[in-house]
Write a protein that binds this ligand. Structure first.
Ligand SMILES: Cc1ncc(COP(=O)(O)O)c(C=O)c1O
Length: 448
């Protein structure tokens, strides 16, 4: 059964004529019958153009922390756009926002950009310029944006053949069209492998500018850092003069007001924020230590862009962060998320399925597996066919996690107790429906 109703189908056919695959980002393409066209959102819900309502656990891939069209955010945006959009000068809103971000996260200084891609791209350049070194370590399954330097061994390089062996991982391009020689700059490693990390840093420190990582792997089902792993990265960066770049594009302003840095109590040198910072408006930031940020000296270093600090993104971020500072946003989301995680676990237990429900409640992962994934290779070995069948069934019934369980379940402040109860009822109905006809498929690939 297709997810598209008749109006969605008709509009999607038009979209496909002029927009490749009918989407403006490839991650949104679910196939020709299941790619939706959304008319509007409000709070925890979105409606497609056929008027079908979904309880939304994708939330635009994570940014919508408060809820869709959150009134005070919309109000602040409306107010400022009447005064203009960009001026190629600093605005009062930017000063207010920089003060908020530094107060909430503990970073010493901050520069704005528009997307997570831009933020991590600039952070990479800053680290290279600061250290005078060029290579970097990233972790398999982590995603840091759409540019060539970052598109290796992401969660889209989901084949162990591409990743190489666990002992000798290879940089696996996540897209066609990436110049081959760029892979020389990337050293991919499995997450949470202390020994491999120490050994690699000891062998390559003199050419390593930075270690770039998602503290919680928000593009690989929210795999958590093993106890001490972030501290180990910190220790090695200190010992060898390597910049520690914590990519908080998904975790920032979502797992805690101070992001993963506060959640885990480990301080990085550079940090990138986006998503939840603006409740869905395009706004991002690079924060960190004063001396590293100050090395972005005009005339010497390239850091900026026409739209950085534009009035709309800044107004949205100021309104969003003000609510985060003054209301129990994360606490409320945690309560709802714990209820949801517990309920899902209870249902899967009743059906006798092997499962793992893990990660922080505002962005938790669900995998069908005997073992909690410690790294991306463990994730690949889980039963993604069964999780996709269950999650597609949920979508048909009006609850929308991403069908692809590399994406965590994202929760927003507007999600109510009643929404959680409705979700759990539909989860139970969905598992019942799927398990009636489910015959396990032979998995074509096993992770080594
Ligand atoms: C951890 C992380 N870093 C960077 C990015 C890129 O952000 P954007 O899509 O805003 O360019 C993403 C996007 O999902 C992300 O999850």
């Amino acid at each position: 059964m297709a997810m598209q109703g008749p109006k969605t189908k008709a509009l999607y056919e038009r979209a496909k004529e002029k927009i490749p695959y009918g989407v403006n980002s490839n991650f949104r393409y679910w196939g020709d019958d299941d790619t939706l066209i959304i008319a509007r959102g409000e709070g925890a819900y979105v409606w497609d153009v056929d008027g079908k309502r979904y309880i939304d656990y994708r939330l635009g891939f994570g940014p919508v922390i408060l809820g869709h069209a959150y009134p005070s955010v919309i109000e602040n945006v409306r107010k400022v756009v009447a005064d203009g959009s960009v001026f190629a000068w600093t605005t009062p809103g930017e000063v207010e926002l920089a003060e908020r971000i530094t107060r909430m996260t503990g970073v010493e200084m901050v520069r704005l950009s528009n997307t997570g891609t831009e933020a991590t791209m600039h952070a990479q350049r800053l680290a290279r310029s600061y250290t005078g070194r060029e290579r970097y370590i990233k972790f398999e399954g982590a995603y840091h944006g759409m540019y060539d330097y970052a598109l290796f061994s992401t969660a889209s390089s989901n084949s162990t053949k591409l990743l190489g062996s666990r002992r000798s991982p290879r940089p696996a391009p996540a897209s066609a069209g990436i110049p081959r020689r760029i892979d020389e700059y990337v050293i991919p490693l499995p997450y949470n492998d202390f020994e491999k990390l120490e050994e690699t840093v000891a062998a390559h420190w003199h050419e390593l500018a930075f270690i770039l990582f998602e503290p919680i792997m928000g593009n690989a089902a929210s795999i958590m850092p093993a106890p001490g792993f972030l501290e180990k990265i910190r220790e090695l960066c200190d010992k060898y003069g390597i910049i520690m770049i914590m990519d908080e594009v998904k975790t920032g302003f979502r797992v805690a007001n101070g992001g993963a840095q506060a959640y885990f109590g480990v301080e990085a040198d550079l940090l990138t924020y986006a998503k939840a910072m603006g409740n869905g408006f395009p706004i991002a930031a690079i924060g960190g230590k004063r001396d590293i940020l100050m090395s972005a000296q005009p005339g010497v270093f390239a850091l900026g862009g026409t739209y950085t600090g534009n009035m709309v993104g800044v107004a949205a971020a100021n309104a969003t962060l003000k609510i985060l500072e003054n209301e129990p946003v994360i606490e409320t989301i945690n309560t709802r998320g714990e209820a949801l995680m517990g309920g899902i676990a209870e249902i899967l237990t009743r059906f006798g399925l092997p499962y793992q429900v893990f990660g922080p409640p505002p962005m938790f992962g669900v995998v069908i597996s005997e073992k909690q994934p410690n790294d991306f290779r463990d994730f690949i070995a889980s039963d993604t066919e069964l999780s996709e069948a269950i999650f597609m069934e949920l979508n048909h019934r009006g609850v929308q996690p991403d069908a692809d369980n590399r994406e965590p379940w994202f929760l927003c402040y507007s999600l109510s107790e009643a929404d959680v109860a409705e979700t759990l009822q539909i989860f139970e109905d969905s598992v019942t429906a799927v398990m009636k006809t489910w015959t396990p498929h032979k998995r074509s690939e096993a992770a080594d």
